[in-house]
Design a protein around this ligand. Sequence first.
Ligand SMILES: [Zn+2]
Length: 81
Amino acid sequence: MIDNENVSFWTYYDLKEAVPIFFGKRAKEEEMETVLVETEIYSCMDENCIGWMRKDFAADDLLCPMCGTEMLLEIKELPKI
Ligand SMILES: [Zn+2]
């Protein structure tokens, strides 16, 4: 048995629940907003290749992990790690 009073109660209850969920999600996204720092990277010399790696993680041979072409030292803004 649903009367008008009950319907409005549940509608209000649902809204109350929905709002904190929405703001909770927003806060998390803002928290994840990353700080970019200028980072030395090795970037593939092949124009058609998007391969690159952080200098800290570069292999000793400095060859592109994707195509094997030599890579050049560059500066790229990357999320801080
Ligand atoms: Zn490459």
